[in-house]
Write a protein that binds this ligand. Structure first.
Ligand code: MN
Length: 132
């Protein structure tokens, strides 16, 4: 057993996030595990860019109100206790509601080749405020 040292909180990069979000790494598996777990805290209006996870992702909302959208589908409002799975290769984004903070646990895996996610364009205001 090992009590792990707390890693520094890291600000999410502007290349792949709109607005302010912060990461706390909770787990990063060592081979053969490739699990990744982070707590992500989004300020109101903040969201990540369009992206797709190589091996899929599960997010679990712990606080606030958030929004999530899969490409071609409506924007969905998400709340504490909600768990959302995005399958491998599905393009999507997630973040806080315009006027609320949102915190979620994000759980994903790297592929055998070490790939984690493919990133695309930032989510525009029109997309972010689009059809719910
Ligand atoms: Mn994602």
């Amino acid at each position: 057993m090992q009590v792990l040292k707390k890693q520094p909180t890291v600000k999410a990069p502007a290349e792949t996030f709109t607005g302010d979000a912060w990461f706390d790494v909770i787990a990063r598996g060592e081979e053969p595990s490739r699990i990744r777990v982070s707590v992500v805290r989004f300020a109101p209006g903040a969201r990540n860019a369009w992206h797709a996870h190589a091996v899929g992702q599960t997010v679990h909302v712990t606080e606030g109100v958030g929004l999530i959208q899969a490409r071609g589908e409506k924007v969905i409002e998400i709340h504490p206790g909600d768990t959302i799975h995005t399958p491998p290769g599905e393009w999507h984004w997630h973040g806080a509601a315009p006027d609320r903070f949102m915190t979620h646990l994000a759980m994903w895996e790297a592929s055998a080749e070490g790939e984690e996610a493919e990133w695309g364009a930032l989510v525009t205001d029109a997309e972010y405020l689009g059809s719910r």
